[in-house]
Design a protein around this ligand. Structure first.
Ligand SMILES: *Cc1c(COP(=O)(O)O)cnc(C)c1O
Length: 417
């Protein structure tokens, strides 16, 4: 049992499998751990590392406030950066979409689930972001898995920023291609890895704005390195789309870069959910043949596509620009305040403003302290972030008022004493 638990914790499952095979060959009574023991020891390891995850139920609110256990909290842990999840025109668009189309798409887009609402949204996304084609996916996670699974072959290599989102790194490690990680945001390291001989194609993978640090990738340099080696570049701009750049076109547009593959997601700045891949005509046609997450999965409800269309209209309008400016002012207010306190911040100009605490129990304690004072924050621990960098991942939204930021600053100050 002890050896098995160790295996589980170190991820070394090979020994256990060898032992099983030996048992089978010698005909001895099977002494493998049971399902129950396997589950119990994994949970025990998580608890021991203070990395046990639980969900807590939200009873209402979003954007600025959140209600949990009958108590209203000021909310600093959502991804609804522009406050669009509660936007009346977008809510109405979803309702009208449901009246017109019903609540579900009724099938895969390859069968009967691709409606004029989906088609119109894809065309507008492509037009807005300056790509020949856009393909809708049910989530960013599915889009990343589908793209990497459909594109990569055995001789190929994926070179990814080491802080890339789990949906990218997991897809990469499951793919038959080789996975190499470059030091966070370091184009010179990327270059060195791309230099190494590769029999197949290379794909550079990064995010526009990093989900756990909030900093931006140097897309210009990374793209230049990719192009120099005839590699394609995939940028996942989950946290930049809608929030950054002119008309909210995101990180790549802001930096004047056109990645070969752009993934945008709608669960953050758009305030809804879903995702799209922006690409060339042939790549879109290729994905329609080979992306299993599209072929074997029910497409998003048409009403959701109608709501996304309305969200995009707000994002592109003057109102969207005002919301981006409001958010930028709140970010500046927050950073100025924290810079006078003994906390470690990241180099983030985005809505994601982490406070790096280091060890897990300290991060949990700080989160708990703030919650007791009516401020909802989340502690993020390994394996979501590297070991020793547990943090509060604070997020701001255009729905906050300046006094919300001041209140957060006061409580952070009190907790640092
Ligand atoms: C949130 C996120 C995803 C996942 O998107 P969902 O639509 O929530 O599945 C993918 N990539 C990054 C960088 C993200 O932050």
């Amino acid at each position: 049992m002890t050896a098995q638990r160790d295996n589980r914790m170190t991820g070394q499952r090979g020994h256990r499998m060898t032992a099983q095979r030996d048992n089978r060959m010698t005909g001895q009574r099977d002494n493998r751990i049971t399902w129950q023991q396997r589950i119990d020891s994994a949970l025990e390891a998580r608890r021991a590392a203070e990395a046990f995850r639980v969900r807590s139920v939200v009873e209402g609110g979003a954007g600025r406030f959140l209600i949990r256990d009958n108590r209203q909290y000021c909310h600093f842990s959502g991804n609804d950066y522009l406050g669009l999840s509660q936007h009346p025109a977008i809510v109405r668009a979803w309702q009208q979409g449901a009246e017109n189309w019903g609540v579900g798409s009724g099938g895969s887009g390859h069968v009967s689930g691709y409606t004029t609402a989906h088609q119109k949204l894809e065309a507008s996304l492509a037009d807005w972001l300056g790509y020949p084609r856009a393909l809708l996916f049910i989530s960013g996670f599915a889009a990343n898995q589908a793209l990497i699974a459909a594109l990569m072959e055995r001789e190929d290599r994926i070179v990814a920023d080491r802080l890339s989102h789990a949906s990218l790194l997991e897809a990469a490690s499951h793919s038959p291609a080789q996975l190499r990680r470059f030091a966070h945001n370091e184009a010179s390291h990327l270059n060195a890895l791309l230099e190494k001989p590769c029999a197949g194609q290379q794909l550079v993978v990064t995010e526009g704005i990093f989900s756990m640090d909030g900093d931006s990738a140097p897309l210009h340099e990374l793209h230049a390195a990719a192009q120099q080696h005839n590699a394609w570049m995939l940028v996942d701009d989950a946290h930049g789309i809608g929030v950054s750049g002119e008309e909210g076109r995101g990180s790549a547009a802001r930096q004047g870069v056109k990645p070969d593959l752009l993934v945008v997601t709608f669960g953050k700045g758009f305030g809804i959910s879903g995702a799209a891949v922006l690409c060339s005509e042939p790549v879109a046609d290729y994905l329609l043949q080979f992306a299993r997450h599209l072929i074997y999965s029910t497409s998003m409800p048409p009403a959701q596509a109608v709501a996304l269309q309305a969200a995009m209209a707000v994002i592109r309008s003057d109102e969207g620009e005002q919301r981006r400016q409001t958010l930028a002012a709140l970010i500046a207010r927050f950073r100025a305040g924290v810079s006078e306190m003994p906390y470690h911040m990241t180099d983030s100009q985005s809505a994601i403003q982490p406070i790096i605490v280091g060890d897990n129990s300290r991060a949990l304690k700080l989160a708990q302290q703030l919650r007791e004072r009516g401020i909802w924050v989340t502690a993020i621990r390994p394996p979501t972030v590297p070991v020793g960098t547990a943090r509060l991942r604070l997020t701001l939204t255009a729905a906050h008022h300046p006094q919300d930021i001041d209140r957060l600053l006061e409580e952070l100050h009190a907790a640092s004493q």
